[in-house]
Design a binder for this molecule. Sequence first.
Ligand SMILES: O=C(O)C1=C[C@@H](OP(=O)(O)O)[C@@H](O)[C@H](O)C1
Ligand SMILES: C=C(OP(=O)(O)O)C(=O)O
Length: 428
Amino acid sequence: MKKVKIEPKELSGEISIPPSKSISHRAVIAASLSSGVSEISNIVMSKDIKATCEAMKQLGAEISEVKAENERVKLIIKGIETFKAPKASIDCNESGSTLRFMIPIAMISNSEVSFIGKGKLVERPLDVYYKIFDEQGIHYETKDNKLPLKINGSLTPSTFDMRGDVSSQFITGLMFVLPLLDSDSKITITGELESKGYIDLTISVLSKYGIVIENDDYKAFYIKGRQVYKACDYRVEGDFSQAAFWLVAGCLGEKITSSDLNEASLQADKEVINIIKSMAGKISCEDNSFIAQKSQTKQTVIDASQIPDIIPVLSVLASVSKGTTIVKNGARLRIKESDRLTATKTELNKLGADIKEEGDTLIIKGVSKLRGANVDSWNDHRIAMAMAVASIRCEGSIIIDGASSVDKSYPNFWQDFKMLGGDICEQS
Ligand SMILES: O=C(O)C1=C[C@@H](OP(=O)(O)O)[C@@H](O)[C@H](O)C1
Ligand SMILES: C=C(OP(=O)(O)O)C(=O)O
């Protein structure tokens, strides 16, 4: 689907939130590294999760899909017995998580491995790994620091000094493999660790598979070598990054209930609840469902450093809230599927929002209404979905180009939008 045209309408109803993409990646990898068979239920085979499954299969995991309800599947994963050398390049498509997680894992095969990808992934930074390869004398080839990347060598247990402000995905990547090395390792973080919640998720999923990582206040992580992954059945909980779209939609329109979320979740983007409440958004919680209702919201200050994925949709809410909202510490938003600071500002301003970018800060002055216009997703799923939510408050129809970018994480997004009453039609 290239373009969608949306006629402004308030949405309402109940939505079963799709499973967490971040947890799905981690569960698929941990099960693939385990001895024995694991069942991972409540998975959506979005493009990113498919890329991770294909990568683990290339290394020797056996993964089969059992159809469950709606678009969800259960994966039966027989863990890798002997690591295989990948026969072809590992295609990470547009998934930063897949690339940063798979690099150290594929190196266990101790053969030459190569990585390819598409879109902005080709240029998303990998320097944190290149520094480690240089320190450990690992041979790698890349042109202008872009994919494709070839690596020949394996990691040695060590103390790894890693920057905390580029992407937490490098730290998660090492956490998958350091337990398998033949002696102990330590990761020390230089600077402040951003996206901490994603590290909590990694440690939590790994612990279910028998792996222990000691966290010394996010400044250092101690990882014993010679640990063994043990197969474990796992049901993936709902995704707060995706729920954010419907929670904002509920505050802009009518009542929307987002179900299948875990009230006690470790997901960083659960913070969306506190942020919307701080903006006077009406959100209540009942039995792991969150109910959002039409609200007159007001300005706030949002620190983007721990929650980069929910900034586009929170900017939609801020655009039609009273007062001026500040989104600060957004530097890492520029190295996602798009430059999310510029994309959010540019596309929402086309709809009549009043957003300025100053350094890595967005200054969002609330306006009383938005207007219809043609906007672009910048091939970023989170921009496409944020624009769809913005349509609720537009005074004319909006056309979103690059609508199929949602397939990266939420292939059923447009069906769900329609199910809640959205008036959309596909355009060629
Ligand atoms: O580990 C993960 O699952 C993720 C970590 C975050 O990235 P950064 O650590 O690069 O901010 C987040 O933006 C991404 O969507 C998923
Ligand atoms: C940035 C994202 O994912 P990734 O880094 O895995 O591409 C995302 O899902 O918004």
